[in-house]
Design a protein around this ligand. Structure first.
Ligand SMILES: [Cu+2]
Length: 269
């Protein structure tokens, strides 16, 4: 921001006032656009390196950038009462290589994906939290909710760590991007009640019950990119490829939900 300001001051000094007004308006427009693009939920640190250390992990947080949409004012300031983050399980995940579908498995590119998330205990925003695990006990994500929640106009950092990711050394992957499904819940409803005023869903559009083309965060998910940083690319790979891993619709329908004391509380059944 200060860089842009200095740039504007420089322009004011060096060009005629009339032209400058036009540039100022353009620049303010651009700043406004980029802010709204980044207002969506993301991870605090969206790009990390490989991490092969024993018990390696990268400390991160899910950003709750804003609340749900007030139907009267259209301002995104409704209180968030809970949030849920689920990473692709790597079993039936949707994998693309430079945008083209990949029919092989995640182990073609990543050697150690299994239990990607450790929640960092934190009750500063919500009172309760727990893991979302697969049938083998792997921690694929977490939810946190309850208490007074996230007041409109404020942001939240929901802290967690991701396990160190090791890219398959013989593969041509120069990066692997994992796409979590995230929901910031403002009102507990069933799936039919999802709207911008009840929940912000930030999930890839993969055909799950969370797809809603009219919704604020539709197909606008957060991402975690792991850049190759340990084994060099094999010479035969050329520039290397970018791999993207999204959860399947089956996984989102199964795992992007909150169970509490043995019963499902979101979405309501
Ligand atoms: Cu937004």
């Amino acid at each position: 921001m200060s860089f842009i300001f200095i740039g504007l001051l420089y322009m004011f000094k060096t060009i005629k006032a009339k032209q400058c007004t036009l540039i100022l308006i353009t620049a303010v427009g651009l700043v406004g656009a980029s802010q709204s693009a980044f207002a969506h939920t993301r991870l605090k640190t969206p790009v990390v390196n490989e991490n092969a250390a024993n018990h390696g992990s990268d400390y991160n947080a899910a950003v709750v950038g804003h609340g749900c949409t007030n139907p009267t004012t259209k301002v995104v300031d409704l209180t968030v009462i809970g949030t849920i983050v689920v990473f692709p399980d790597g079993k039936d995940s949707i994998i693309t290589v430079d945008g083209a579908p990949h029919t092989g498995s995640l182990t073609d590119f990543v050697t150690n994906w299994g239990s990607p998330v450790t929640k960092i205990q934190d009750r500063s925003i919500f009172d309760h939290e727990d893991y979302i695990k697969d049938s083998l006990g792997n921690k694929l994500g977490f939810w946190t909710g309850g208490g007074s929640g996230l007041k409109g106009g404020f942001r939240a950092l929901v802290p967690f760590a991701t396990a160190g990711v090791v890219i398959e050394p013989t593969s041509c992957a120069k990066s692997v991007t994992f796409v979590p499904g995230i929901a910031d819940i403002c009102e507990i409803t069933d799936a039919a009640g999802f709207s911008d005023s009840t929940v912000n869903v930030w999930a890839p559009a993969v055909g799950s019950i969370y797809d809603n083309p009219a919704a604020h965060g539709y197909d606008s998910p957060a991402t975690l990119t792991v850049n190759r940083s340990i084994a060099p690319l094999p010479a035969s790979c050329g520039a290397g490829v970018d791999v993207v891993v999204k959860p399947s619709a089956t996984q989102l329908n199964r795992d992007l939900r909150i169970n509490f004391n043995g019963s499902q509380i979101w979405p309501a059944e």
